[in-house]
Design a protein around this ligand. Structure first.
Ligand SMILES: Cc1ncc(C[n+]2csc(CCOP(=O)(O)OP(=O)(O)O)c2C)c(N)n1
Ligand code: SF4
Ligand SMILES: [Mg+2]
Length: 283
């Protein structure tokens, strides 16, 4: 099936030049490639938060769930546990996930549930017209901070390493071919995949020149090496705003939560049967 069929006819209201377009096109390409490799789009489920990023649920013709602000991960977790055969990925915002939904992010990484999380990290609350988020830089001037923020951003890549995510990457909306590779690898990885996508917000925080001067591709031939991933995660020094590495930083096989969930001992019934039996008792 042609990948053009993955875009709905809903009127698109993203601003011209918004990085969300690149993410949408990348997801479209990845889903088409997966389909040509035997993974049908009917098995895919997209869960979004609330914000500009979340409109992607309206614009993609696949199974989707438009959730609450900061709540992509609990919804995605429920979907995956109820039907582990599905391929579940979240499109979340930086405000959405790093502020409102932060605890869900940390615990999903800790559990290593097999879902993928793509953060449209424009470093601003876009839909609500420009307030600062946990990844806005020190001194960021927006609607809620006219004199500039007084706090450093946190480092989501480092946070995810510490929380136990088994696939960690960063990409940039001006690098579409790299994004296709990274999103596909994230979806195919068995376990919790996290991709921080540096996304241009054309209207409230256009960092194109800033990123173009600083971003470089980081290659690693030892992706299981936690210490080296930690060093990479710190190459972006938020105090000096130095160089910014992008690429896959960490990838390691770990047992997935959905396989052991509700299993008292190895060989127990599959989780779907247990959920069905539980739901029967509630009728
Ligand atoms: C619980 C809750 N708090 C606040 C809001 C208001 N709100 C809607 S979108 C948004 C900002 C979204 O920013 P972000 O997650 O970074 O997404 P972006 O718009 O930048 O893609 C906020 C604060 C809400 N809808 N629900
Ligand atoms: S406000 Fe920013 S993030 Fe939202 S649609 Fe416009 S450019 Fe994109
Ligand atoms: Mg944002």
């Amino acid at each position: 099936m042609s990948d053009e069929n993955l875009i709905t006819s809903a009127q698109n209201t993203w601003c011209p030049g918004c990085g969300n377009f690149t993410i949408q096109h990348s997801l479209k390409s990845v889903i088409s490639v997966l389909e040509s490799e035997g993974i049908s789009r009917e098995r895919c489920v997209l869960v979004t938060g609330i914000g500009c990023h979340a409109k992607i649920a309206d614009y993609m013709k696949i199974n989707s769930f438009y959730s609450l602000h900061g709540r992509t991960i609990p919804v995605a977790t429920g979907i995956k546990l109820a039907n582990p055969g599905l391929i579940v990925f979240c499109c979340a915002g930086d405000g959405d996930l790093y502020a409102e939904g932060l605890e869900h992010l940390i615990f999903a990484a800790k559990r290593n549930i097999d879902i993928s999380v793509f953060v449209h990290d424009n470093r601003v609350y876009g839909l609500t017209t420009g307030q600062y988020t946990p990844t806005s830089p020190l001194g960021f001037k927006g609607r809620s901070t006219p004199h500039g923020t007084k706090e450093l951003p946190f480092n989501p890549v480092e946070l995810m390493l510490c929380a136990g995510a088994s696939f960690i990457a960063r990409t940039y909306t001006k690098h579409p071919p790299d994004m296709n590779i990274i999103l596909k690898e994230a979806i195919l990885h068995k376990g919790f995949s996290f991709v921080d996508i540096l996304q241009i917000c054309a209207s409230y925080y256009n960092l194109t020149d800033f990123y173009n001067k600083r971003i470089y591709r980081k290659e690693s031939n030892d992706l299981e090496n936690f210490e080296s991933a930690c060093i990479t995660s710190r190459e972006w020094d938020y105090e000096t705003e130095s160089g910014i590495p992008v690429g896959i930083f960490y990838k390691k096989a770990r047992p997935c939560f959905e396989n052991s969930f509700m299993q008292k001992k190895p060989g127990d019934k599959p989780v779907q049967e247990k959920i069905k039996a539980f739901l029967q008792t509630r009728k």
